[in-house]
Design a protein. Structure first.
Length: 496
């Protein structure tokens, strides 16, 4: 292998698994310097290193399906242990890291969100009410009842011990915040190759001292959705980036709570110079209902800092009730239309290098969306996923007409249903029923449509009436891609 050309060797070594790379690194001294960067180019600090990350918009997605098996090193850690972890990885690993996945475990206010289950364990089961047929039931042996009481007592004791240890770790976490910030800043300053950062808090501990924390009754699913540490993690990393005067290329934040958005010098610096940005935001009423809130203003400011260099943008609002959202007028379009700080000019956000955009799960004024799209000079691809058009008497023909000439293709994806008060919302698009006007310059991509649903163009013309009715069902198709018509005016004239 020493005699292979550099390009061929790099291509071969890039397809090896992480164990193979480690073997090369340890057994072949002459090739170790080329295998080592691949082994340590990804660092995963998480409660559960087997985290599955959602796709990031763009052709060079960071979400490789075999990440954990191919490249990178993972280490399970909690936030309070980061100071010790940094001492281990900083000398050798940190200078080689290009991608950092940061999702350490966070010890919240309590081991559980409520202690009702502990109270139930403390109260012994009393005699049950008699019911018809009890006289025919054989009494349970006494040792069964004794074993049950012993088992409940042991469970209560173990959970009380776990709760006590949890409180101690939480106290350690709170007391060492300053040291942790300093340690993370030192780690970031030593990552000379760092380009990509992915943050999420969805990797909370699945169990603690043998106690399962995943069931809904223990973990409090609804309350968990309203609490997020993603922004806390990002703030710590942003301070490190700002102190080291370092910019990154890709930033992805998942399970981000809109209530936590807060602009400062460090966070603005972290958004500056990005080429890829993916934000998945939950609990976003402060943004959707009122664009003048500090959170909405902060989001607008972050997008402004990314505008000069951004090439791929993905905004995903985990809006639980977005299909029934009719009480408040949607305002996210005003964020894109940038009413602050220049409301008089009414100039939307302009991304001079934006190539691809994906908007998912929110409602937007059609006029704001079309104005935003018209001002993007080099946009090539657009995806509208579960996007609701809020203006009356507007259709997706207006959106198609607003796409700049640089756009090569766009698609509509959704799983929602039509509402009487929202006739123009984006539903599951079926091109056999709903078609765009030829004047828009777009038509549905027939080949992509047939491949997606395993259909044959010849066979479609021979389907019986009931089969065609099934195909024309509005619930049949989940995504439709559109391609540009070369000469829409001439084609329309010929058909006319």
């Amino acid at each position: 292998m020493d005699n292979l050309p550099v390009e061929l060797f790099d291509k071969i070594i890039s397809n090896l698994t992480c164990p193979d790379l480690c073997s090369i690194r340890l057994t072949c001294k002459s090739l170790s310097y080329r295998a080592t960067p691949l082994v340590f180019e990804l660092l995963h600090l998480s409660a559960r290193p087997t985290l599955l990350i959602q796709p990031i918009v763009g052709p060079l997605s960071l979400t490789h399906p075999q990440w954990d098996d191919r490249f990178g090193r993972s280490r399970s850690t909690s936030y309070c242990d980061l100071e010790e972890v940094v001492k281990i990885v900083q000398p050798i690993v940190a200078p080689l890291v290009k991608t950092l996945i940061f999702s350490p475990a966070w010890f919240r206010e309590g081991l559980w969100y409520d202690d009702d289950h502990l109270q139930r364990l403390k109260i012994p089961n009393g005699p049950q009410d008699a019911w018809e047929g009890d006289e025919h039931r054989r009494p349970r042996p006494a040792y069964y009842e004794s074993k049950k009481r012993k088992r409940d007592s042991e469970a209560l004791s173990s959970q009380l011990e776990a709760k006590q240890l949890w409180d101690q770790l939480k106290e350690k976490q709170n007391d060492s915040r300053g040291n942790i910030r300093a340690a993370v800043a030192a780690l970031i300053s030593n990552m000379n190759r760092l380009e990509n950062i992915i943050l999420t808090d969805r990797t909370q501990l699945p169990d603690f001292m043998g106690i399962d924390l995943t069931p809904e009754d223990l973990y409090g699913w609804i309350t968990k959705q309203q609490q997020s540490n993603t922004w806390r993690y990002f703030s710590v990393l942003a301070r490190g980036l700002h102190a080291a005067a370092r910019n990154i290329k890709t930033l992805a934040m998942y399970n981000l709570n809109a209530c936590d958005l807060d602009a400062c010098i460090a966070t603005n610096h972290a958004f500056t110079g990005l080429t890829k940005l993916s934000l998945s935001i939950s609990d976003n009423e402060l943004i959707l209902q009122n664009s003048s809130t500090p959170q909405a203003v902060s989001l607008t400011g972050f997008l402004e800092h990314t505008a000069p260099t951004l090439q791929y943008l993905s905004l995903n609002f985990s809006w639980e009730n977005h299909r029934d959202y009719t009480k408040y007028a949607p305002s996210l379009g005003l964020v894109l239309a940038r009413p602050i700080p220049n409301p008089s000019t009414e100039t939307p956000l302009i991304f001079p290098q934006l190539l691809e955009i994906r908007l998912r799960m929110f409602s937007i004024e059609t006029a704001d969306l079309t104005k935003f799209l018209r001002h993007q000079p080099v946009l090539r691809k657009a995806t509208f996923d579960a996007l609701l058009l809020a203006a009356p008497n507007t259709t997706w023909n207006d959106v198609a007409s607003a796409l700049p000439r640089s756009v090569e293709s766009w698609q509509v994806r959704n799983v929602s249903e039509r509402k009487p008060n929202r006739p123009d919302q984006c539903c599951t698009w079926n091109p056999l029923v709903e078609t765009l006007k030829r004047e828009t310059g777009w038509e549905w991509d027939r080949d992509n449509f047939l491949n997606q649903h395993n259909l044959d163009a010849t066979a479609m013309t021979q389907f019986p009436a009931d089969r065609l009715s099934y195909l024309k069902s509005t619930h049949r198709f989940s995504a439709t891609k559109f391609a540009r018509i070369n000469n829409p005016v001439e084609t329309a004239a010929q058909q006319g």
